[in-house]
Design a protein around this ligand. Structure first.
Ligand SMILES: C[S@@+](CC[C@H](N)C(=O)[O-])C[C@H]1O[C@@H](n2cnc3c(N)ncnc32)[C@H](O)[C@@H]1O
Length: 186
């Protein structure tokens, strides 16, 4: 039987990548930098009452956000393989949802929406942000982390900064490279 070609960005493609261990390195100490910055921004700007984490993967951000710094967390991912591991982190405050972030509709409002190492996977990253902005509460913010691995990412960060109101931005580097983490007003 002929194999179906993999559609880039499809659940099948992400599931295969998760199964192949492409994202296992996100647990390494070198990755701590950007998770810690995001966790610090959530704490400092006190936006952790209700967190929505788009493309949450295994929910690793939860290992970095202080238990007292958030009240509820919803992680969304297209990959059931990633969510199988994420479920190990689910508890009274944290839950996970299998869905395609590009089309997901939620009724709930959030204090903080996180796009951690996911925006560059979307053909139109700003469209995805604009899809979620109405879900932010009045003083809500969205957070981004983007690893600089090509000029495309630098231009994405420039577009974010010229399209939205940035409250604070941090560049963090180590031997793996540089991440730009930022918090934007609704
Ligand atoms: C590079 S990983 C980052 C995971 C997580 N944000 C972290 O930093 O630990 C990107 C994640 O986005 C998920 N993803 C990709 N496209 C998606 C979509 N359309 N909807 C929901 N999740 C998606 C993938 O399955 C993957 O888990």
């Amino acid at each position: 039987m002929k194999k179906r070609p993999l559609i880039p960005g499809s659940a099948d493609q992400w599931n295969l990548e998760h199964l192949a261990g492409h994202y296992d390195s996100l647990r390494d100490v070198e990755q701590m930098a950007h998770y810690s910055i995001l966790a610090g921004l959530i704490k400092h700007f006190k936006v952790g009452r209700t967190i929505l984490d788009i493309g949450c993967g295994e929910g690793l951000l939860l290992d970095h956000v202080g238990k007292e710094d958030f009240k509820s967390y919803l992680g969304v991912d297209i990959s059931e393989v990633a969510l199988r591991n994420a479920e190990l982190r689910s508890n009274k405050k944290a839950s996970f949802l299998l869905a395609d972030a590009k089309s997901l509709k939620l009724r709930e409002r959030f204090d903080c929406i996180v796009f951690n190492e996911i925006l560059y996977s979307f053909p139109n990253p700003l469209e995805v942000i604009d899809h979620y902005r109405p879900l932010l509460k009045k003083n809500g913010c969205f957070l981004t982390s983007n690893f600089i691995w090509s000029r495309k990412i630098t231009s994405l960060i420039n577009r974010l900064n010229s399209s939205y109101n940035c409250r604070h931005q941090v560049r963090v580097s180590n031997e793996c490279g540089t991440w730009v983490c930022a918090i934007y007003k609704r």
